[in-house]
Structures are given as C-alpha cells and as structure tokens.
Design a protein around this ligand. Structure first.
Ligand code: GLP
Length: 230
C-alpha cells in the first residue's frame, strides 16, 4: 500500500487526476470505477477542468440507493450526471438501478457486466464507520453486488443531504468487497478528521470484518491519498 499525504483535498484531487493521466497515457485505463460522496466532488471538478479524455473509457459506479429515481437530486446517478458525465463524455457509463423491480436480478446483471469489463482503476471513499461503497461493517469479503440495509451510523451521516420532507432510503445496491477487490488498482481518498478512525484501522494493518476498509490490505495495488498525518 502506498500513501500520499497532501495538504488539502484540492491537492489530493490533483494527485488523483495525475494518476489517472498516467494510466490513460500508458494505455492501461479502459474501465474506471467511480465513487460518490463529498470526497469525490473536488476530484470530478478537476477532472472536468482538465483535458483528460474519457471517450474510450467505460465507467462503473460503486453503489446506488434503492427507491429513488435517477432524477432525484440525492441519487448517485444524478450526482454523477451533474458533476461529471454531463461535462465529460465517456464511452459508456453504468450504475446500479435502484428502481429495478427485481433487485436480485439487477445485482446479477451488474456483477455480470463487471466480469465482462474488468476494472482497471477503482476510486474509493471511506465511510466514517469504515465502509467502502455501501459495504457496511460485517460484510463478507466474498460479497459481490448485493442489496444492503444501511446501518444507523451511515443513515445518520448521509441524512444530512436529504431535506426534512424527503425520506432517506435505508437500503441500497452496492458492489461487493470481492467485486471491488477485482480492480487492478485502487485509489482511496480520505480527507478530514472524520475519516481518522477508519484510516487508523487501515494503517494498523489488521484485516477485520468490522472495518471493511481493512480488506484493502489484501489488495496488491492500493494508493491512499489523504490530508491526515497518521
Ligand atoms: C457514502 C458512499 C460511499 C462513500 C462514503 C463517504 O455513503 N456510499 O461510496 O465513499 O459514504 O462519503 P463522503 O465522501 O461524503 O464522506
């Protein structure tokens, strides 16, 4: 695991763009796994301002809420369209359909697509409780794309984005730990004090189901970008 310490999330975002550029220039980036959340906002801002060309790149997103449509401002589909896809063309973009009638079939469909399009790079943020994507504490390392019940702590953190008259979904679709670990390279971003407990667990070097981020210790190519000095 390589760690790059930066002074700010903006500098972290620049670093991530540099890493992406290197892989694109080397002809190694055909499939890019994307993440959502506030951590990724400066990254997509830098990407859209840059001359990076994704017209030959297929994108897959990590996760999506169940029960809110792509037109809902809190859906991850909406977030991706607003922040990136409307400004930077990609060859194809994929995200789980949280409105699917048959959610289990949707998970199988998505995991099959991932198998057919192996991820070259996967971006990851970290939840305050150590989740990656929506793989909450207790998730099996063998997990593939699945339906998840969000934990109280994730609901508490993410409910800040929903207004009082909106009901926050308590279930989601997420790539599993195994789906994520198939990616050739993982770029993990963690900015701000709230991420310190999760990063401390990662840097302690012990894999634990209770802190899903520690599963990344078993991946051969992980770059952590953080403004935390640990
Ligand atoms: C969310 C998302 C994750 C994200 C994480 C951190 O719940 N499902 O994919 O990485 O929590 O979010 P933020 O970057 O806003 O701290």
């Amino acid at each position: 695991m390589q760690t790059i310490v930066v002074d700010s999330k903006e500098q972290g975002a620049e670093k991530i763009c540099e890493l992406v550029r290197k892989e694109l220039d080397a002809g190694h980036l055909h499939v890019l796994g994307l993440a959502t959340g506030s951590t990724m906002e400066p990254v997509y801002e830098k990407m859209t301002e840059s001359d990076l060309d994704f017209t030959n790149v297929t994108a897959f997103n990590l996760d999506e809420y169940i029960g809110i449509p792509a037109t809902h401002k809190n859906s991850y589909a909406y977030y991706m369209n607003e922040l990136l896809f409307s400004k930077k063309p990609f060859k194809e973009t994929h995200i789980e359909n949280g409105m699917a009638e048959d959610l289990d079939a949707e998970c199988v469909r998505y995991e099959t697509l991932l198998k057919e399009n192996p991820l070259d790079i996967q971006f990851l943020g970290i939840g305050e409780n150590g989740h990656i994507a929506f793989n909450e504490p207790g998730t099996s390392p063998e997990s593939v794309t699945h339906v998840v019940e969000l934990t109280e702590s994730t609901i508490a953190v993410n409910s800040q984005y929903f207004t009082e008259d909106e009901t926050m979904p308590v279930t989601a679709l997420t790539m599993g730990i195994s789906s994520i670990m198939q990616a050739k390279k993982l770029i993990v971003a963690a900015f701000g004090e709230k991420k310190r407990p999760a990063l401390e667990k990662l840097f302690a070097g012990v894999v634990s189901t209770e802190w899903p981020v520690t599963y990344l210790l078993d991946h051969p190519d992980v770059i952590v970008i953080t403004d935390l000095k640990l």
